[in-house]
Design a protein around this ligand. Structure first.
Ligand code: GDP
Ligand code: IMO
Ligand code: MG
Length: 431
């Protein structure tokens, strides 16, 4: 029953989509367990780029069953658009897609609430993706959400909407001064989505249990990053789900003991989109340069990503939470032109030195990262096919990362293409 969870160790956009697509060639099932259309997972195959938000990143492999787990919040219009997109890229979407009947539906009012709540926060806004994620998970926790099982049954959907919309409209009108949303328009639009999605919706929990029972290889797809996890991230500057591996059991119905192994995806530097503390952020020209080299513009919103050096303090924390077995170091090539590289090994705040990740935003916002410097390689590594093709300073950088983090590297990525992937540890990623 081999399985592997691929999960981001930073603030998202580590290159999870690329790696899941790469590893899906060896998998029978790819199951997404959390988040929604806030994710943007980029897959590039032979120059053709596909950005996925809700469909699991195994969708380009025709024999792979892609499961959208119960922990995901599904925007029905968005997933239908994505199905059309991947079909236009040559994929077939049919029995290879299973959307959990227990997954929550992102309703139009969730997106409106996301927008008006952000606007109301003014300068204190989180910089969400405005995909309705927070309000949808809030409804789930309040037990006022609508699930896929309701969406695909017109009578049930009408009944749920009749219950929820009056309250939402009062909130919109009386708290936010926003106009009420029209019942009939939502009913018609979403009933139409339900009709089109019905064939994909089913019991994902049983399907996953059967897959494990049949000895299939299962890949769990993380979205966002561990530092955006609702419990462990930089609260409140984070998303509303358990993005770390902790989200797998709750978001799929697969018990923890069946999560065989964890691959922690680590970008060779750090990025973050939206507001919140970022100790190793690089301001000015150097940060701009890394952003340009790495194409660090949001795959979902197009926003420029904030860029910074690798942060071993935050990473050790993320690795511990996830019980990470192997690292996948991505975007190493983006550092090709740097004469020197920095890695943060501790934070100094006043008299205190932190080598573990503090919860206090005041400390995180105001600490001084303690850096160690390493030599750059100043060579193009995008053609490297094996670890032996990498220049000595690049190997030294990777070795130092392994030493500082105490976790072995399983994969190194040197470009956005599926083939620009170096498998360091060929056995034992799935366990
Ligand atoms: P995800 O959210 O973790 O799936 O990552 P995104 O797709 O949002 O962002 C990663 C970006 O980097 C995408 O544009 C990828 O195509 C690109 N990418 C992934 N791995 C590499 C790599 O090793 N080198 C380079 N240069 N780009 C990469
Ligand atoms: P992937 O899967 C990077 C960030 C947003 C914002 C915060 C809350 O592509 O790595 P939300 O819309 O979730 O309420 O926004 O979380 N965020 C991401 N940042 N990558 C993502 O996903 C993200 N998903 C959410 O920018 O700061
Ligand atoms: Mg992304």
């Amino acid at each position: 029953m081999p399985s592997l969870c691929v999960v981001g160790m930073q603030w998202g956009d580590e290159g999870k989509g690329k790696l899941i697509d790469y590893l899906a060639a060896q998998a029978d099932v790819v199951a997404r367990y959390a988040g929604g259309a806030n994710a943007g997972h980029t897959v590039v195959v032979n120059g053709q780029k596909t950005v996925l938000h809700l469909l699991p990143s195994g969708i380009l492999h025709k024999d792979c069953l892609c499961v959208v787990g119960n922990g995901v919040v599904v925007d029905p219009g968005e997933i239908l658009e994505e199905i059309a997109l991947v079909e236009s890229h040559g994929a077939t979407v049919g029995e290879n897609l299973l959307i959990s009947d227990r997954a929550q539906v992102v309703m139009p009012y969730h997106k409106v609430l996301d927008k008006v709540a952000e606007a109301a926060k003014g300068a204190g806004k989180l910089g969400t993706t405005l995909r309705g994620i927070g309000p949808c998970y809030a409804d789930k926790a309040s037990r006022t959400g609508i699930r896929m099982v309701d969406l695909v049954r017109p009578d049930a959907f009408r009944a749920r909407l009749e219950e929820t919309l009056p309250f939402v409209n009062r909130l919109l009108e009386q708290v936010y001064g926003h106009e009420a949303l029209a019942f009939d328009a939502i009913l018609a639009e979403y009933t139409g989505y339900g009709d089109r999605l019905r064939r994909f919706v089913g019991d994902s929990v049983t399907a996953l249990h059967r897959a494990f029972g049949a000895g299939k290889k299962v890949l769990f797809e993380g979205a966002q990053g561990s530092m955006l996890d609702i419990d462990f991230g930089t609260y409140p500057f984070l998303t509303s789900s358990n993005a770390s591996v902790c989200g797998v059991p709750a978001g799929t119905g697969v018990p923890p003991r069946l999560v065989g192994s964890v691959l922690g995806v680590v970008k060779a530097y750090t990025t973050r989109v939206g507001a919140g503390p970022f100790p190793t952020e690089i301001h000015g020209e150097l940060g701009d340069r890394i952003r340009e080299n790495g194409g660090e513009f949001g795959a979902t919103t197009g926003r420029p990503r904030r860029c910074g050096w690798l942060d071993a303090v935050a990473l050790r924390y993320a690795l511990a939470i996830n019980g990470t077995d192997h690292l996948a170091i991505t975007k190493l090539d983006v550092l090709d032109d740097q004469p020197t590289l920095k890695v943060c090994t501790a934070y100094r705040h006043g008299d205190r030195v932190y080598d573990t990740f503090p919860s206090d935003l005041a400390v995180l916002g105001d600490c001084e990262p303690q850096y160690e410097e390493l030599a750059g390689w100043q060579r193009d590594i995008t053609g490297a096919q094996g670890i032996e093709d990498l220049p000595a300073p690049a190997l030294a950088y990777l070795n130092r990362i392994e030493e500082l983090l105490g976790v072995p590297i399983g994969i190194v990525s040197v470009g956005n293409e599926r083939r620009q992937t170096i498998l360091v540890e060929s056995d034992g990623l799935f366990r």
